[in-house]
Design a protein around this ligand. Structure first.
Ligand SMILES: N[C@@H](CCC(=O)N[C@@H](CS)C(=O)NCC(=O)O)C(=O)O
Length: 370
């Protein structure tokens, strides 16, 4: 029997892992289809964007892009809730989801595509999914080359800063390890949007690829355990009452600093570059800088969403967040220069009708980055 949701995904895909963990926790049944060339073409023709994951519904409508997808699904399937009922904490959960989605991507690309063992292993898996056996290895090789060029060497990563990009994951372990000893999920007793955002890089990349998975098993066993806990979480195994924690314990400080002094300034500088029509810009952050990093319209949309969510908060909730971030540099770069519109918001309103684009149109149209 056809399920109402057909999920197009891959078992090595960052955002597919995020979506599937969410669906599993919610107890939402779905039929999963592993993506190859045909499925990717189908997604592209239906949504206009050739990226996974995507969901085809039995009424012919489609969902795509994991963040608006989770938002839409949350409205349809509110229990168990994954967005805290405290509006300030809800904002924080969405901010962490976004940070996990976008900021950890670069380090995940480093760990997948730089160490030879991981590059060959994952390249082969991708090659097998997209080409006949004989061509799997050459295609995997080509894909690895494309990924390194697109997401590292032409995106601000150089021989000088690549060690810092590699080490981003260790900064996350320093944060996650003590936190996950104290509590099962990032914001307390139950999974929230923050967990799912973090899960994308941690499950299908860091916890999966040969080199980083071994590093995680040895250096971050609590994080490794959390991956399985979240993947296998369900409301009936958890306490009836959700206890959310306001993030004020000491391990949060370096993490909140990364958000306030690296990620939000990155989103701001990226949005300014977009507004000024620059294809790339020199990002300067607190712990990392990227010369000639690519301007990414999708991340202008991410900032626009966060700004709108922040503006909807009451003055007192905004005040609590300001207070939380005060010691680590404040939330100034979230608001700096006002809302810069990406022009993407309308196309990401879900669900969407199947667009019926031609495969050629989707192929020649440039892919949005993330
Ligand atoms: N913003 C999108 C990003 C989706 C995305 O980047 N998907 C990757 C796999 S994790 C993809 O399909 N890439 C196709 C490609 O690189 O050609 C989301 O949150 O779903």
């Amino acid at each position: 029997m056809k399920k109402s949701y057909t999920v197009y995904k891959s078992d090595i895909s960052y955002f597919s892992g995020k979506l599937e963990a969410y669906l599993r926790y919610k107890g939402i049944s779905y039929e999963a289809i592993e993506c190859g060339r045909r499925e990717m073409d189908k997604i592209g023709q239906a949504t206009g964007v050739k990226k996974m994951p995507a969901i085809e519904m039995d009424n012919g409508q489609w969902l795509f892009d994991s963040t608006p997808m989770l938002e839409w699904l949350e409205q349809q399937h509110p229990e168990p809730c994954t967005v805290p009922n405290d509006p300030a904490l809800a904002f924080l959960a969405l901010l962490i989801e976004d940070y996990g989605d976008e900021w950890l991507w670069r380090s995940a690309m480093w760990w997948r595509w730089i160490p030879q063992r991981s590059r060959w292993a994952v390249g082969y898996v991708i090659g097998k999914a997209f080409a006949p056996s004989l061509l799997a290895r050459p295609l995997g090789w080509l894909f690895g080359h494309r990924q390194r060029r697109e997401w590292l060497w032409t995106d601000g990563v150089t021989r000088d800063n690549e060690a810092s990009v590699r080490d981003m994951v260790f900064r996350e372990f320093e944060f996650l390890e003590p936190l996950l000893v104290k509590q099962p999920f990032l914001l307390g007793s139950h999974p929230s949007a923050a967990d799912f955002g973090y899960f994308a890089s941690m499950f299908r990349h860091f916890g999966n690829d040969p080199d980083s998975a071994e590093v995680m098993r040895r250096q971050a066993p609590n994080t490794y355990e959390w991956l399985a806990r979240l993947w296998n979480a369900s409301a009936d195994k958890l306490p009836k009452v959700i206890e959310w924690q306001w993030p004020e314990t000491s391990e949060w400080e370096p993490f909140l600093t990364r958000i306030a002094a690296d990620y939000l300034p990155y989103l701001h500088q990226n949005a300014l570059a977009f507004q000024q029509g620059q294809k790339c810009f020199d990002f300067v952050g607190h712990s990392l800088s990227f010369k000639r990093t690519k301007t990414t319209v999708y991340r202008v949309y991410c900032r626009e969403r966060l700004q709108q969510q922040y503006q909807q908060l009451s003055a007192s909730d905004q005040g609590r967040l300001e207070q939380l971030f005060k010691a680590v540099g404040g939330l100034g770069s979230l608001q700096a220069d006002g809302v810069i519109f990406s022009g993407l918001a309308e196309s990401l309103m879900l669900p969407c009708e199947a667009k019926g684009e031609t495969a050629t149109f989707v192929r020649i149209r440039s892919q949005p980055r993330n």
